[in-house]
Structures are given as C-alpha cells and as structure tokens.
Design a protein around this ligand. Structure first.
Ligand code: FES
Ligand code: FES
Length: 248
C-alpha cells in the first residue's frame, strides 16, 4: 500500500517519489501566514522605534533651570532665658529651637540632642516648672521663662538626691540619655507630689496612692535609653521617692 509521501508529483521521473528528489515544499498557506505576520510586526515596530528616538533627542536639551527659592532674611532678636537662675540674653532668629539656644548660644552642652524630633527625650529640660522636649519648642516662646537644665540640678558641688541615686544605682552606662532622664525624673517627683495622674493611674479622679514601678515606668516612658539602663533608673527614682538615695 502506498503512503501519502510516496505519491508522484507531475514531472517526477517514473519510479521516483518527490520525497526522494526534493524537500517537502512548505504549504503555501503557512508561508503566506508567516510573511503577513512579519509585515505586520514591521509596521507595528516603526512608530515604536520612532518613539524611542524622540525622548533621546529631547533629553539632550539641558533641563530648564529651577529658580532658587528665596526668603527675606529673618532678623535676630534679643531673647532672655533665665537658665538655672542666671539671665542669658541671646540674639536669636525666631526659628532657633530652645535646644539649639541652650547648646549653641548659651554654651550649656549638658542638654543632649538625640533625635531632634521629640522621640527620645535626651533634650528634656524643665521650663516654667514643666518638663519639655527642648528640640520641639522655639527659644523665643520661652522669653523670660525659667529654664532648668541638668547643669542646674546640683547645688554647687552638692549633687541632687536623684543624681546621687543614679550613681549609687548604676542607672546609666554611656550617659548620653542621663541629663534628660535626670530632668524628667526630677519633674516626675514634683508631678506625683502634686497629685497628677498618669495613664496607668487606676482612678484618675483621685491622687495616685503610690508611686509604683508601673507609675515610674509610664511617667519616664518619654525618655529612651539605648543602653537599656531602665531597671536601674526605676530603682533610683523609687529610692529617692522613698527618701533614700542608696549611697553610703
Ligand atoms: S532630641 Fe529632643 S526628643 Fe530627641
Ligand atoms: S545610659 Fe546610654 S543611652 Fe542611656
């Protein structure tokens, strides 16, 4: 029985098949399909190639210069800060923070700059009797106000009870957060004595009965310590609240 490939084409020598004398010709319909597909692809690629060259030509142009933003200079003005009992009259632009005024203008480097955005508490000082983050407030807002920094906690050579307790309880390692911790803890004891509640006070309508460790931790939660001296800081505050400092 003869197969399909064994059939003779017209013009083949008798006794030979097209499979033996020449490759099998492509089907005309398949060739046409491939030709038309290639033509369509070429037509489609032309605008794309054009589009590729256009931005390159445009990017060769230098970008238009951006006009600089200018603001009129802000004149400095005299600001008087009562820091640790002494008047400092400083010439400050209105945008100078209290932290920069203390460190850069008054030369009191005890207050530390950690995050400079109100997250670490390293810059805590006591202004007008309240502890605040000095990096989050402008110096001009405290004109005439009493400011206490870590340099003002001791009385001459006599350290404050909290300072002594921090030493005896080993409540610091690198010490970078310590000025802020000391100012914060000093204000904390005053706030508790005044009956101020915290978010862990069970009944905020009454004076918190006890300065528990939870109360201390919550009230000191704005002061971060990267060395992790928290247990010893709590112990130092607890000791001073109890009337001791833990030193000999
Ligand atoms: S430096 Fe002010 S809160 Fe961190
Ligand atoms: S003692 Fe180092 S960050 Fe607190």
């Amino acid at each position: 029985m003869s197969s399909h490939s064994d059939r003779q084409n017209p013009g083949d020598a008798p006794g030979t098949s097209s499979a033996e004398t020449s490759p099998v010709p492509e089907q005309p319909s398949r060739r046409r399909f491939l030709q038309s597909a290639a033509a369509a692809a070429t037509v489609g690629a032309v605008p794309y190639a054009h589009a590729q060259t256009q931005p390159a030509a445009e990017s060769a142009k230098p970008p238009a210069p951006v006009p600089p933003v200018t603001h009129p200079p802000v004149p400095a003005r005299a600001v008087t800060l009562k820091i640790n009992g002494r008047d400092y009259t400083l010439q400050l632009e209105p945008r100078v923070t209290l932290l920069d005024a203390l460190r850069e203008y008054a030369g009191l480097m005890g207050t530390k700059k950690g995050c400079d955005r109100g997250q670490c508490g390293a810059c805590t000082v006591i202004a007008g009797g309240r502890r605040i983050n000095a990096c989050l407030t402008l110096a001009v807002m405290h004109d005439g106000e009493a400011i206490t920094t870590v340099e003002g906690l001791a009385q001459g050579d006599a350290l404050s009870p909290l300072q002594r307790a921090f030493i005896s309880h080993d409540a610091f390692q690198c010490g970078y957060c310590t000025p802020g911790q000391l100012c914060s803890a000093t204000a904390l004891l005053g706030e508790f004595a005044a009956g101020t509640a915290s978010t862990v006070t069970a009944d905020v309508r009454r004076r918190p009965p006890q300065l528990t460790d939870d109360e201390i931790r919550e009230r000191m939660s704005g002061n971060l310590c990267r060395c992790g001296a928290y247990p010893n800081i709590v112990a130092a505050v607890r000791a001073v609240h109890a009337g001791t400092t833990g030193d000999a």
